[in-house]
Design a protein around this ligand. Structure first.
Ligand SMILES: [Fe+2]
Length: 131
């Protein structure tokens, strides 16, 4: 998964963390890291939680009207990710697992950035709030 400028929100902290999420997913999907999938999933899972926490703090600070809905989206995703992780711990790094990561993690990250975070960034711009 490659980062490109279309993913930019313009909020430096969020953009930096998104880049790290791309890197973490890339490492997870890299066949060279096949023996370290558990470690990669642990790292990605912890980084996702950190990223969500930081974003939610920015939402509160900016008095973002959609903060609660965005938070619900985050909470739901943490559940999905944890299910995926538990599945991996039971079944190991199967092809199905790789496909699930591709569909669930990659698809989620794209939607998260392109829809939800861009909406927040637009709110900040419209209200002259520096993220
Ligand atoms: Fe984000």
């Amino acid at each position: 998964m490659l980062w490109n400028a279309s993913y930019e929100t313009g909020i430096a902290k969020i953009d930096e963390q998104h880049k790290e999420l791309f890197r973490a997913i890339d490492n997870l999907l890299d066949v060279k890291n096949k023996g370290r999938v558990k470690e990669m999933l642990d790292y990605l899972g912890a980084y996702i939680v950190k990223h969500f926490t930081d974003e939610q703090q920015l939402h509160v600070k900016a008095k973002y009207p959609k903060a609660a809905a965005h938070r619900a989206f985050h909470d739901n995703y943490v559940k999905v990710f944890n299910q995926l992780k538990a599945k991996f711990e039971n079944e190991g790094a199967t092809l199905a697992m790789t496909q699930a990561v591709n569909k669930s993690v990659v698809g989620w990250l794209t939607e998260h950035i392109m829809v939800h975070d861009k909406e927040f960034a637009a709110y900040c711009r419209a209200n002259n709030i520096k993220g």
